[in-house]
Design a protein around this ligand. Sequence first.
Ligand SMILES: Cc1ncc(COP(=O)(O)O)c(C=O)c1O
Ligand SMILES: N[C@@H](CCOP(=O)(O)O)C(=O)O
Length: 354
Amino acid sequence: MTHQWRGVIEEYRDRLDIPANTPTITLGEGGTPMVHSDWLSGLTGAEVWLKVEGNNPTGSFKDRGMTVALSVAVGEGAKAVVCASTGNTSASMAAYAAKAGIKPLVLVPQGKIAAGKLAQAILHGAQVIMVRGNFDDCLRISRALAEDFPVALVNSVNPMRLEGQKTASFEIVDFLGAAPDVHVLPTGNAGNISAYWKGYKEYVESGDAASTPVMRGWQASGAAPLVLGAPVPDPETVASAIRIGNPASWDLAMAAAEESGGMFRKATDEQILAAQRELAARDGVFVEPASAAGVAGILIEHDEGADLHGKTVVVTVTGHGLKDIDTALSGFTDLVDTVVDADVSAAARAAGLD
Ligand SMILES: Cc1ncc(COP(=O)(O)O)c(C=O)c1O
Ligand SMILES: N[C@@H](CCOP(=O)(O)O)C(=O)O
């Protein structure tokens, strides 16, 4: 009989630092594909694998953390949950809250989150509060609400989120049979790089891996506090998911980069969008702009002459492209606007076949 994937908690309960009586609120998250990037492997001489986190139930890696955070919160009696979000956390939280039958409350920067993510949060029943401010303002308010009112905060400042998100490292090592040499991922609030590093270290401690990878986090140029070494008061980037100026997991993320021999770097919006398009067209993997920051990083370092020959590289592509189709289509207005009469010769002419 084939193994039915049971979600992060049931697959990894003995590796999660959670209370023993924690219930399981799951949508079947985790167990995401590792897709070989023939394109990036051919270009760099490395074996490059994409960890495709857009295949999670709500379309991003947040689901790994949210199943654990919501389950623990419900186990502790929570009747409502709150988060600040650039979009994906709200979509994920709202879905798991719906499954749990508790109230989701979301604070988002007004007009700054992708329509697909807003639709997810609303359809899953969240009360969405639009804030005149940025993500960092929303997180400050959410923390205060959770202190003063009976709502559990489920942003990645909640350690249960990192417990769940660390399972992606386990899956990568199990798939490859060893830890990769290099792990590349986009970085915003910095919970995910911290969670991956925790997971890799735990697999070494338990004897399931012999080594840990070098961790490289990529930020957008207009929202690159970890590169600059100081918070950015007005972060700006087309990659709305990582439009964050003061990452909550700053210290953990810095430790991940330093302990692993890695670093944080930045890519421009143009480089991120070009990477998004190339990845979709060459490897068949459609990701949202923020998710392409790590791919942009590989391309940038390749252009700079970095030598990855013979290495195993994993790039986490964090969220699905369908979440933000407005940005994706913005570079293709000529194609979208091409319309022909309903006959074969007009179609053949437009396609350049005649
Ligand atoms: C699609 C996507 N990629 C990357 C990130 C960055 O992850 P983290 O905030 O854990 O650094 C986020 C959220 O911030 C995101 O939604
Ligand atoms: N990109 C995130 C920002 C919040 O991150 P979190 O991991 O701390 O919840 C989002 O999708 O809102």
